[in-house]
Ligand binder design. Structure first.
Ligand SMILES: [Zn+2]
Length: 279
């Protein structure tokens, strides 16, 4: 009998929180309403702001960044993973969605859990997929201190038929040295999944992943500064999990130091034999 604790959220056996301060080390641009953006006018392309006019990084952006960065990491390790974009999600790819849905509908929870366990990748389990909530939640990042700036850029529009039009656009961005809070909560995460998430954070911190828009112009590099890891409950989730020794309920560290302290979790991820998804 497989232990489904990781994907079964009816009983919470472990709560993991990673919170800290994100600092921009290059300009950062999380766009506002792109739909109304008209490059033919002398436009000002504004960033996303809260009701008080402060720049924010939505939790949904973090989730997208973590998922796509994780996808790249898993593919490098030859682990099967879906993109979660459009029709490319595991339950669809394995043609198990109908069976899964009927399990849920008829309240055959064991069947739904078994199918979800067997036929979805780590990303579907951690970040969720159609009709299934993931094991992690990202809060919106609000600024602790920030400055805004603008830069003129040439925008190319193809909306007017085949002829490309060029227009000068004033692009707004969050300037270098701005600080945001960051908070991610995980439920029933195995050690290797915690290690996976920390590995993704390290990729962002080390500049292998950029956040937001204008990446090719060098935007979107951020660092995690003061980071706090709080881990309450069971210390091993599921039969396939790898034991992590020498780490308590609380780990704190500044930037690089945090990732050094969290190495045992990242090793658990590297050493885990992930038994799903089935072909
Ligand atoms: Zn998947």
């Amino acid at each position: 009998m497989v232990n489904y604790t990781f994907i079964n959220k009816s009983v919470i056996k472990r709560t993991t929180v990673i919170e800290g301060v994100v600092e921009t080390v290059s300009p950062l641009r999380i766009g506002g309403s792109k739909e109304n953006f008209d490059p033919s006018s002398l436009a000002r392309d504004s960033i996303l702001k809260d009701v008080q006019g402060r720049p924010i990084i939505p939790g949904s952006s973090w989730k997208g960044i973590f998922r796509s960065t994780g996808e790249r990491i898993l593919r490098l390790k030859n682990i099967v993973v879906c993109s979660g974009v459009g029709k490319d999600y595991c339950l669809n790819n394995t043609q198990k969605e109908r069976e899964f849905d009927s399990g849920l509908r008829e309240n055959i929870i064991d069947q739904a859990l078994r199918l979800f366990w067997d036929y979805t990748c780590l990303n579907c389990k951690v970040f969720g997929t159609k009709s299934v909530i993931g094991a992690v939640r990202f809060l919106d990042s609000l600024p602790i201190s920030y400055s805004l700036n603008t830069r003129s850029m040439i925008a190319i529009s193809r909306t007017e038929g085949a002829v490309a039009r060029r227009a000068l656009v004033t692009v707004e961005y969050v300037d270098v040295g701005s600080k945001f809070n960051f908070k991610m909560m995980g439920y029933n995460l195995p050690n290797y999944a915690i290690g996976y998430l920390v590995t993704i954070m390290k990729n962002i911190h080390d500049g292998f992943t950029q956040v937001g828009g204008h990446k090719s112009r060098g935007f979107g590099f951020v660092k995690f500064n003061i980071v706090k890891f709080t881990d309450l409950g069971e210390k091993r989730i599921g039969d396939e999990d790898v034991e992590v020794k020498g780490i308590g309920d609380l780990v704190e560290g500044n930037g690089d130091e945090f990732f050094v302290k969290m190495k045992p979790f990242m090793e658990a991820f590297n050493n885990a034999k992930i038994p799903y998804p089935k072909k």
